[in-house]
Design a protein around this ligand. Structure first.
Ligand code: SAM
Length: 276
């Protein structure tokens, strides 16, 4: 039994435990879509995520598919620097077989990263890359902190923005895209998740939104056309539908992303290459 650390994540940072719990759950499957041997220990260190079981029941299958999708995007990109924006309890810096010389920057709120480092130390985890943590608030000037941490804007970068934008006001999301784009050398890649308004307004999402609101983690933004949005920031983007991902991995389509259940409501999964 792992000890529960003194300062488990609270507020929006607690949503990271929810995602880690979904990844831990996937480890019980024989034919899993990824290996994440640290996820269970991280959840245990946080004291469980049972209070968020309702959300996991609804979206757990999506969290698993999206994890595999983003793993694949990062591996194909094979960039010398990788930036995990809102890294949460993502353990890619420990579980992915990175090309030699890769540096992975993890950005998230200071309390979350402190908890994560304590828990990973207890678990004896060793990174498979050069891992640099950058504690920051992504609504503020994170770009300066990233550069001070050693990030080089002249080298191509793979950016990952997974499970972040919906928690930020639109103006903060725009500012993030502005700086991500400004710091991206030609050939950089980006992968992101976002939702459209119809998704936020699904009746199935009402209880989730209420739960997140009570945690001070309410959703406050959406995007209708991620390809156009990214194009406006100088990126050529492609969206992948969960229906196609599920078919590729021989999994059922997660109900919360199945057009037969949710119509035009979308959780966008997009990948993009810097063109400007
Ligand atoms: N990307 C991770 C994953 O998929 O495992 C974590 C996703 S979790 C749903 C959302 C993450 O966003 C949390 O780790 C939270 O701390 C982080 N986050 C939310 N608002 C933030 C902010 N203003 N600055 C930094 N991190 C933030």
């Amino acid at each position: 039994m792992k000890r529960v650390l003194q300062r488990p994540p609270v507020g929006v940072a607690r949503t990271a435990v929810l995602i880690a719990a979904a990844r831990a759950n996937e480890q019980r499957r024989l034919h899993r879509l990824f290996d994440d041997p640290l996820a269970e220990g991280l959840v245990a260190a946080a004291g469980s995520a049972n209070d968020l079981n309702g959300v996991r029941t609804l979206a757990g299958d999506h969290f698993v598919l999206r994890t595999r999708y983003f793993d694949d995007q990062l591996l194909v990109a094979a960039q010398p620097q990788v930036v995990l924006m809102a890294a949460g309890l993502d353990t890619r810096a420990f579980r992915i077989d990175w090309p030699p010389g890769t540096t992975v920057y993890e950005l998230d709120l200071p309390g979350l990263l402190e908890f994560k480092d304590d828990a990973l130390r207890d678990l004896g985890a060793e990174p498979t890359c050069e891992r640099v943590v950058v504690p920051c608030d992504l609504r503020d000037d994170w770009a300066t902190s990233l550069i001070h941490a050693g990030f080089d804007p002249k080298r191509p970068t793979a950016w990952l923005l997974e499970g972040l934008f919906m928690f930020l006001p639109p103006v903060a999301g725009e500012r993030i895209m502005h700086w991500v784009s400004a710091l991206s050398a030609r050939g950089s890649t980006l992968a992101l998740e976002h939702v459209n308004r119809a998704f936020r307004e699904l009746p199935q999402m009402k209880a989730v939104q209420q739960r997140f609101d009570t945690m001070d983690a309410g959703w406050c933004s959406d995007v209708e056309d991620p390809v156009a949005w990214l194009s406006g920031h100088g990126w050529h983007a492609t969206v992948t539908h969960q229906v196609d991902l599920a078919a590729r991995h021989e999994r059922p389509v997660p109900a919360i992303t199945d057009p037969r259940e949710v119509g035009d409501a979308r959780i966008w999964l997009a990948s993009a290459v810097r063109t400007a």
